[in-house]
Design a protein around this ligand. Structure first.
Ligand code: CUA
Length: 148
């Protein structure tokens, strides 16, 4: 009994220590956006790929009834790609099949994740949260292009 209690305390302590020391937070971080105006104001009004000064790219995206905007994304291989995605309507999912990118997209919040595609190729993007009658048709594509 005491051993079990001690282990619980140890595990809880490990979670608290790593959360504080490692600044642990949910993968969909807590940046907010107004879902009513994001189609007209700001980075999500003109979604697409932006090349950063350090050579990485940032992809601003909207997930909305029943499409990803942009539907086709072209990014370079071997460089960090940061996806920033939000929704003007309901909950959607953003999963790039075969990678570690799998985000819940909630109205009012910006979900963000960064990955580096090692090899050129085409990746399927799917919505994996039920969002309505045409949920199963909601998909896109990431085309990873080789270094020039
Ligand atoms: Cu969007 Cu399911």
């Amino acid at each position: 009994m005491w051993a079990a209690t001690g282990m619980l305390a140890l595990f809880l302590g490990a979670i608290v220590v790593t959360a504080i020391a490692g600044s642990a937070h949910p993968p969909s971080h807590v940046e907010t956006v107004n879902p009513d105006t994001l189609r007209t104001i700001g980075e999500f009004a003109t979604p697409g790929v932006t090349v950063n000064a350090d050579g990485g790219v940032t992809v601003a995206m909207r997930a909305e009834f029943y499409v990803f905007r942009p539907e086709v994304i072209r990014v370079p291989a071997g460089r960090p790609v940061t996806f920033r995605i939000t929704s003007p309507d309901v909950l959607h999912g953003f999963q790039i099949v075969g990678t570690n990118i799998n985000l819940t997209v909630a109205p009012g919040y910006i979900s963000e994740a960064t990955t580096t595609f090692a090899t050129p190729g085409e990746y399927l993007v799917v919505c994996n949260e039920y969002c309505g009658l045409a949920h199963h048709l909601m998909q896109g594509k990431v085309i990873v292009e080789g270094a020039p």
